[in-house]
Design a protein. Structure first.
Length: 212
């Protein structure tokens, strides 16, 4: 069986053309995801403020691995995506078959069912990149991972994702052939609290999806 190219080689235009995706300026699922947010407790605010100070001080100096470990990973660990019916996986391969060709690749972070390996993915974070020196298309790489999950899941459930470029977080929802992308959330500003709340809301959404 032949293979499609790896995730890191896809662009947004190629994913749209190959899989018939239609970008939307607005989407009800994206609006719900970003607005109906759980409240923050004081301990969360204090921890996030500490993380933010480090990000502001070192954002221009950290390489991609340092950004992942010293900021993104610590933020995600606080969300606690490891739950009885799903968990977080880092640097794992997901793959399926599309048009008699193998479609797959490595993803930076995925929340999925499965104990030893990801099955039925629900949420991705892709391309933890610095603000400078980022020649690839992080949106395209996230979208191809989300498409792969959609085919692998073989159901009509939406797939959620985010891509990060330095301080900027973009949230993406894919349902059927339509997808929508949020405006940037700047983690060096007050928006860091919104980022955390959206991640917490993501857990609530996954709980509902897993329960179906």
């Amino acid at each position: 069986m032949t293979k499609w190219k790896s995730f890191c080689q896809w662009t947004t235009d190629e994913v749209e053309e190959t899989f018939g995706l239609i970008p939307q300026l607005e989407h009800s699922l994206l609006t719900d995801w970003l607005t109906n947010l759980p409240s923050l407790v004081e301990d969360d605010k204090a921890r996030l403020a500490t993380l933010q100070k480090q990000l502001i001080a070192y954002i221009h100096y950290w390489n991609e691995q340092e950004l992942q470990i010293k900021f993104i990973g610590r933020l995600l660990n606080r969300v606690e995506f490891d739950q009885p019916r799903y968990k977080a996986f880092y640097e794992r391969e997901i793959k399926t078959v599309y048009n008699n060709k193998e479609l797959g690749g490595l993803v930076d972070f995925v929340v999925a069912e499965g104990r030893g390996s990801p099955k039925a993915p629900y949420f991705f974070i892709q391309e933890h990149k610095r603000e400078l020196d980022s020649p690839n298309d992080p949106r395209g790489q996230l979208l191809i991972a989300m498409i792969t999950a959609q085919i692998l899941n073989n159901n009509t459930r939406p797939v959620y994702g985010a891509y990060i470029m330095g301080r900027a977080w973009y949230f993406v929802v894919l349902q059927d052939k339509e997808y929508a992308v949020s405006l940037a959330y700047d983690a060096t500003k007050e928006e860091i609290f919104g980022i955390y709340q959206i991640l917490q809301h993501t857990k609530q959404i996954i709980d509902r999806l897993v329960g179906r």
